[in-house]
Write a protein that binds this ligand. Structure first.
Ligand code: ATP
Ligand code: MG
Length: 411
């Protein structure tokens, strides 16, 4: 089943707005066996909307629009869909009384504009809005479906889940399972080279993505029914896991921080941080995971050299002999975090984030991450590419991954 998405809203064409509705719909459609082939953004313009719907119906059997269903004059989706279908707009009496009732419960009388939200092309149905006033539109033409959903993300999601997902699941006849595998400490090309022959497994579609937080493999697996899709996914996942070993750190919603947190909780252990170039980003990343107070003791931000000594117990002599960005300082930061914060583990980060401040021996992108634990400490050198923001973000990833591996190997 091929799907086209049309996001309606002049604001979406302005810089700074993101069409998150289509991203969400793509993901949900994949699960019911529909593949999104095209996503279009269009302003609130009935002619353009009609034109896009008509063309999409030539090439896709599912056409979903979001936005432009509201009561204001700039909401033109109803009109656009009606023109595309060549049907006049008619009021849906049941939907009109629902709108009135919804507003009356909130102590308001419906205006004519609000009642006009119950308009739908003749022959089409309205879809109930479980969380707002504007109903959606559902038109069927033989095997084809055109549906218009509200722009407000929460309303769009609720309506899709209530009215469209059951309908689409019934018609695709194929079941789909999806899994994201997450990999740390590797480049995209090295992962790709190691596993790309597995991408062609039966019924599978695999995409590789490089993110600041690591490499992701997105597995979409189809089957005649859910049991077959689940079986295929499981065997494919096992094949990837066997190849990737310890570099595979999690799946789906796992993050490095959540995985590290689980390992620490399981061991009854804690961690603390001492950060120079990341200045708190590592502590922030750790505490993004709910419940992190169970394993995160706290963190030191030691930007100036004298604070590396007074806060994190880095010896002045170490800084004088090796410089602030060095293996020795990264290790002492980690030890300092551990002892000053009374944690089982300490993490230290020091590096040159740039764009200035690099030298020949300590170039921009040089980062040392240190870890200290019950059995001593060590630090690892990295040469990172990218701008200041990326270097800092990747330093956080590397520090978390260092602790993750440490916990696996000698926790
Ligand atoms: P309303 O009844 O609130 O007017 P509507 O169906 O007319 O709903 P729009 O007016 O197009 O929807 O959009 C309402 C709000 O929903 C927008 O201001 C925007 O914040 C959000 N929105 C609309 N389209 C999208 C989209 N594609 N992705 C993310 N957010 C969106
Ligand atoms: Mg609107």
């Amino acid at each position: 089943v091929d799907a086209h998405l049309i996001a309606v809203g002049s604001e979406l064409l302005q810089p700074g707005y993101r069409d998150t509705n289509s991203a969400w719909l793509s993901e949900r459609l994949a699960r019911v066996g529909a593949t999104v082939r095209q996503v279009t953004l269009v302003g609130d313009d009935a002619d353009r909307i009609a034109d896009l719907v008509r063309r999409s119906l030539d090439r896709a059997s599912v056409v979903l629009l979001t936005g432009g269903l509201g009561p204001t004059a700039d909401d033109r989706t109803r009109e656009g869909v009606a023109r595309a279908l060549g049907a006049p707009l008619e009021i849906d009496d049941a939907a009109a009384s629902e709108i009135s009732a919804f507003l009356r419960r909130r102590g308001r009388e419906a205006t004519p504009e609000q009642i006009a939200q119950a308009l739908r092309p003749a022959g089409a149905e309205t879809m109930r809005n479980p969380v707002g006033t504007a109903p959606g539109i559902l038109a069927r033409q033989g095997e084809r479906v055109v549906a218009a959903l509200p722009g407000v993300p929460a309303e769009m999601r609720a309506m899709f889940l209530e009215s469209l997902e059951p309908l689409l699941r019934g018609r695709s006849g194929r079941a789909v399972r999806r899994r994201i595998l997450k990999i740390a400490g590797r480049t995209e090309s090295s992962v790709d080279g190691q596993v790309s022959d597995l991408y062609r497994a039966e019924g599978a579609e695999v995409t590789i993505l490089a993110k600041t937080s690591g490499i992701q493999l997105v597995l979409n697996v189809e089957g005649r029914d859910d049991a077959e899709a689940a079986r295929r996914l499981e065997s494919l996942e096992r094949a990837f896991a066997a190849r990737l070993g310890a570099d595979l750190f999690g799946r789906d919603d796992d993050t490095l921080a959540s995985v590290v947190g689980c390992a620490l909780v399981a061991a009854g252990q804690t961690v603390a941080t001492a950060e120079s170039c990341t200045a708190g980003l590592l502590a922030a990343a750790i505490t993004e995971t709910p419940g992190s107070s169970e394993w995160f003791r706290g963190g030191l931000v030691a930007y100036a050299n004298d604070l590396k000594s007074t806060l994190a117990c880095v010896r002045d002599a170490t800084i004088a002999a090796h410089g602030a960005v060095s293996e020795e300082v990264a290790e002492e930061l980690a030890q300092g975090a551990r002892t000053r914060c009374a944690a089982t583990w300490g993490l230290g980060v020091t590096g040159v984030a740039g764009p200035g401040g690099g030298t020949e021996s300590k170039p921009v992108g040089l980062v040392w991450v240190g870890v200290a634990g019950p059995r001593g400490s060590r630090a690892i050198r990295h040469r990172l590419g990218g701008d200041r923001e990326l270097i800092r973000a990747r330093s956080v990833t590397l520090a978390l991954d260092l602790l993750r591996r440490e916990l696996r190997d000698r926790g």
